[in-house]
Design a protein around this ligand. Structure first.
Ligand code: SF4
Ligand code: SF4
Length: 124
């Protein structure tokens, strides 16, 4: 079961998780050209080794430990994490479309500051 990045990463995107990931499965990194164009970061579900190092590193608690642990309001972003591939413009666009749809369909969550958004997942 891979780890999943969810919506507190939107607007935060500080790459703290990238710095601690032992297998470089979180993209885009700051040194990759895609970084400027993406709304959030994504975890490659097949490359993630479930080590858990990224969870405490994230300042906004955006990362859940599994598909099952991901709250219902964030389930759409599981697919965004799974689809995203650095260097593939079509797949990047597909992942970003899911994120844009998520933003559009969850105005109540997006109105919560990123640092408090994870706590709001339980009630939205
Ligand atoms: S759980 Fe480990 S391997 Fe998976 S994304 Fe987080 S730091 Fe990387
Ligand atoms: S540490 Fe959290 S907020 Fe920062 S890039 Fe990673 S998932 Fe996004």
């Amino acid at each position: 079961m891979p780890f999943i990045i969810t919506d507190p990463c939107i607007e935060t995107k500080d790459s703290a998780c990238v710095d601690v990931c032992p297998v470089d499965c979180i993209h885009p990194r700051k040194d990759e050209p895609e970084f400027a164009e993406t709304t959030m970061l994504y975890i490659h579900p097949e490359e993630c080794i479930d080590c858990g190092a990224c969870v405490p590193a994230c300042p906004v608690a955006a990362i859940y430990e599994s598909v099952d642990a991901t709250p219902s309001s964030q389930k759409d972003l599981i697919e965004a994490n799974a689809i995203y591939r650095n260097g593939d413009a079509a797949l990047i666009a597909q992942a970003e479309e899911i994120v844009k749809a998520h933003i559009a369909s969850h105005p109540e969550l997006m109105a919560v500051p990123a640092a408090e958004r994870q706590a709001a997942h339980a009630t939205h």
